[in-house]
Design a protein around this ligand. Structure first.
Ligand code: AMO
Length: 439
């Protein structure tokens, strides 16, 4: 008999049925036994009235198997489905006919209240929680919606190499790996090679792929390996064009999430998904810092960037003032931006760039890129980047190139902030950090 997913039982008619999943709980009573079975789609109560309760009756093999079941055991049951309003769990139950144990589980090493670290040690068990299952279905829907949007708008998907000969962002966070007789570096971003698609004449490209940063910090928002969602487009006239693409893309992603999972997210996380309205608010960084200061918080960073508390403060202001969960902070100082960001016409000190803040945390950086080779080389030099190391990249700009721009966005940051999770550890399939390489 073919297997029925537990979420489809409500619509199935009474009669023979086969279900598979893992044991959530067993209630082993004298006359009747109950199993709550879970699968990837839901839960159901299985019932077995014991046949060995009368004195002198035959041994009940099914009852003996049920008594030996442990939480977490995967099994298949064929039996009779019966809708019955009195059953608390979904108003139906399956009377066990045959029970086939796929693999008996050892005692569970974690519980709901175990620490994050312990749960990550046993991530495959932690992922059995319905909340975790939903997180990854939300992620699937989100990426599907982004991909659909890109494909419908004629973007080309690219896969850039993750083994590199040089740094793609700051040298400070670079992982070095042995590469035959020499060495290589893990890509911190697809930056250079997504830009390469512009002189390649591809027009509009996207990539969803891992990025690696040797960042030793233990914050809730940093991983050493994360999925970077990137796009890069030709013929932009400013970062504004990139922001417009970015916000439309997010609207498509959030609309799909709300439509498909809005009710479940409300039930499991107690949250209502808000589809953002466009345009998202835009505030120049300098102005944002003044606003934050007027709220009584002075961003302490000497390097001019927003710090996490500053991000929370500006987000609170935007929420109060515009009722919006997103804000583009624009016009970052050249001093805190990479050499490839285009600077303002007539004001070298500012870049044509932005950070996107969602619910109080940065999820993305975007910019128009400098495509004029002389200026690009000068900017690289002024940042202490040796142009000789970048010859392959600089060549992209020597044989014709359109003006272009794009963004990079951390996938797990979006999910963490959307679902109000305390850390990206909760929304990453297998988290990688300074002290975590397993499982
Ligand atoms: P940036 O370095 O700001 O920009 O990274 C872009 C986005 O990637 C995510 N991110 C991270 N997520 C988890 N752990 C980390 N250690 C981590 N580092 C970054 C963040 C961040 O906003 N090349 C540019 C993008 C561009 O201009 O197109 C870049 O990499 O969400």
């Amino acid at each position: 008999m073919t297997r029925t997913l537990l979420k489809n039982l409500a619509a199935a008619s009474d009669g023979p049925i086969s279900v598979s999943g893992w044991v959530d709980t067993v209630r082993d009573q004298k006359k009747v036994q109950f199993i709550v079975l879970r699968d990837e789609s839901g839960a159901v109560q299985l019932v077995h009235p014991r046949t060995d309760v009368e004195e002198g009756s035959e041994p009940d093999a099914v009852a003996a198997t049920i008594s030996s079941l442990t939480t977490g055991t995967f099994l298949t049951v064929t039996g009779e489905l019966k809708h019955d309003e009195r059953v608390k769990l979904g108003g139906l139950e399956v009377k066990i006919g045959d029970l086939d144990v796929a693999a008996l589980a050892l005692d569970m090493p974690i519980a709901e209240d175990s620490s994050v670290d312990k749960r990550l040690d046993w991530r495959f068990l932690d992922l059995r929680r319905p909340e975790q299952n939903l997180i990854f279905r939300v992620q699937t829907t989100f990426l599907h919606a982004l991909r659909t949007w890109w494909v419908e708008h004629d973007y080309i998907e690219i896969h850039t190499p993750k083994l590199m000969a040089s740094a793609s962002e700051s040298r400070a966070e670079l992982f070095e790996v042995g590469y035959f007789e020499g060495k290589a570096y893990l890509a911190q971003s697809p930056q250079f090679f997504k830009q390469m698609a512009q002189p390649a004449g591809f027009g509009k490209v996207f990539e969803v792929a891992p990025a690696f940063r040797a960042d030793p910090s233990f914050t809730s928002r940093h991983a050493t390996e994360f999925i970077s969602v990137d796009a890069e487009i030709s013929w932009v006239t400013s970062a504004e064009d990139v922001m417009q693409m970015h916000e439309q893309l997010l609207v498509a992603g959030f609309t799909a999430i709300k439509e498909k999972h809005g009710a479940e997210i409300e039930a499991l996380f107690g949250l209502e998904v808000t589809v953002p309205t466009v345009p998202f608010p835009r505030i120049p960084l300098a102005e944002a810092k003044q606003i934050v200061a007027s709220r009584g918080y002075t961003v302490p960073r000497a390097d001019d960037d927003m710090d996490p508390e500053g991000e929370r403060q500006i987000a609170a202001y935007v929420k109060e003032e515009f009722g919006h969960e997103f804000v583009f902070l624009t016009d970052y100082s050249s001093s805190i931006r990479p050499f490839y960001h285009m600077r303002h016409e007539g004001d070298e000190t500012l870049t044509n760039s932005y950070d996107l803040i969602f619910n109080g945390t940065e999820i993305s950086t975007g910019a128009q890129r400098e495509h004029r080779i002389d200026i690009l080389v000068a900017q690289a030099k002024s940042k202490g980047v040796d142009p000789e190391e970048l010859e392959f990249y600089l060549d992209f700009f020597r044989y014709g190139v359109p003006p272009h721009g794009g963004f990079g966005m951390g996938l797990s940051r979006v999910l963490m902030l959307l679902l109000h999770q305390p850390s990206i550890r909760e929304v990453t399939y297998l988290f990688r950090g300074p002290n975590r390489l397993t499982p």
